[in-house]
Design a protein around this ligand. Structure first.
Ligand SMILES: Cc1cc2nc3c(=O)[nH]c(=O)nc-3n(C[C@H](O)[C@H](O)[C@H](O)COP(=O)(O)OP(=O)(O)OC[C@H]3O[C@@H](n4cnc5c(N)ncnc54)[C@H](O)[C@@H]3O)c2cc1C
Length: 392
């Protein structure tokens, strides 16, 4: 452990986008921050790697512009111009992607690069980083007072005024703090992703496929260059489990669809095939703030039930947490009274819209013909189509 220091103002558990961004923002305000992760970096995270324009805007606004521009230049971030939607009856249409308010475009970035970029920013801002797996929070006088960690050889207690749980979908901190509160199956999904070279791609265009066997869910092809793509599919967990299904077989079926198969060139092969769950932000009744602790990103559960996208809201939740924690540290009050403001912000700025997206996803599942209608009849100048693509 860094100079055997076992006491910090803030301990952030998990160095994905949510944790690293929270750590960067708090360290940037001169707080004493330790950022822990169980893995060495750079590390992969199973993901579609698509970055909405708003996510990039958040990072630019936080001062990461130079690093992001360099990543665009060296090809670690691939810019997007449009999205192709393919409906259950096979209608397809390409829509231009709407830029964010600040004029940023969406992109695709392998998480092995993207997450390391934000972590570098946290280190640059002054956060200390260490590799250690957090087992559980230390709770004293009904308040989180730190975390118990292990790094293989030793087990330690690290104390902090506030702990940020950013340890992803399988969060140990969320499990310990929320007790029996859980995401139910209709607010969860399971998805598989792989990388592939030698596939014919539409330049700078992400592709979404909605078809009968995969509803409620979709398959995707997200380009990483002119020749390489992130390919995958996901389905809501309650429907996935309603009959025996196998994600790898579903992926093979997708690649054999008449629209896809002819695009696979000699040498095409899937690499790094892996699956991972998603927790939607549409689940009601969950707690995000605790005395001395907050849950951000997937540990809290902010993924869109419509698109499966979670990176933007992970960053946003980190930003909200950093604001509330900074004020609480200045005030010297880390009680639930003060930290509950984070939960209020989350409900207003993140969770409310995600509940509406769950309803929309249910409607599309019940009436998949709506997607056919949408794709067949609404061109990219239509206000409804514009509203839809701006949400992605
Ligand atoms: C297949 C799939 C495809 C997806 N596609 C997209 C997409 O294209 N676009 C999009 O926006 N979102 C997508 N998502 C969602 C997105 O991946 C998540 O919302 C995002 O990664 C959340 O970031 P996070 O920082 O909260 O968690 P994570 O990125 O999961 O990071 C958590 C970190 O915590 C660490 N950790 C875990 N446990 C411990 C522990 N006990 N102690 C210490 N460290 C620990 C992990 O090593 C990890 O580094 C997808 C998800 C899946 C599963």
């Amino acid at each position: 452990m860094n100079n055997n220091k076992l006491n910090y103002e803030v301990v952030v558990v998990g160095s994905g986008p949510a944790g690293a961004f929270t750590a960067a923002l708090l360290a940037g305000k001169n707080h004493d921050v330790l950022l822990l992760d169980k893995d060495d970096f750079p590390r992969d995270k199973i993901c579609g790697d698509a970055l909405p324009a708003k996510a990039l805007e958040l990072l630019y606004t936080a001062g990461m512009g130079e690093a992001i521009d360099a990543a665009f230049k060296n090809g670690n971030i691939y810019p997007l111009k449009s999205m192709r939607l393919v409906s259950p009856k096979g209608h397809q249409r390409s829509y231009p992607l709407i830029k964010s308010a600040g004029g940023y475009s969406a992109a695709v970035a392998p998480r092995i690069f993207f997450d390391a970029l934000i972590r570098e920013e946290a280190i640059r801002a002054g956060a200390k980083v260490h590799r250690a797996a957090v087992e559980k929070p230390i709770i004293e006088n009904n308040m989180v007072a730190g975390v118990k960690v292990s790094n293989g050889q030793e087990s330690l207690e690290i104390r902090a005024k506030v702990v940020i749980g950013a340890d992803g979908v399988a969060s140990n901190l969320a499990r310990a703090l929320r007790g029996r509160e859980r995401h139910t199956r209709c607010h969860r999904a399971i998805a598989i992703r792989a990388y592939a070279d030698n596939i014919e791609l539409y330049p700078q265009e992400v592709e979404f496929y909605i078809y009968d066997h995969i509803l409620p869910g979709y398959a995707w092809i997200f380009p990483l260059s002119d020749n390489r793509a992130n390919i995958g599919l996901g389905m809501r967990l309650d429907h996935f489990r309603s009959e025996p299904r196998n994600l790898k077989k579903m992926l093979d079926l997708f690649l054999n669809l008449p629209l896809i198969k002819p695009r696979l060139k000699p040498g095409f092969k899937l690499e790094n095939i892996a699956s991972w769950p998603l927790n939607f932000g549409s689940q009601k009744g969950l707690q995000y703030a605790f005395p001395g602790a907050l849950l951000v990103g997937d540990a809290g559960g902010f993924i869109s039930p419509l698109t499966g996208g979670g990176i933007n809201r992970s960053l946003l939740s980190g930003q909200l947490a950093a604001e509330v924690v900074h004020q609480a540290l200045v005030k010297g009050d880390l009680s639930l009274n003060t930290l509950a403001q984070y939960e209020m912000f989350c409900r207003k700025k993140l969770l409310k819209s995600l509940r509406k997206k769950h309803t929309l996803a249910n409607t599309l599942f019940l009436f998949p013909g709506l997607v056919d209608l949408f794709v067949h009849h609404l061109n990219d100048h239509n206000p409804l189509a514009k509203a839809f693509t701006s949400k992605l």
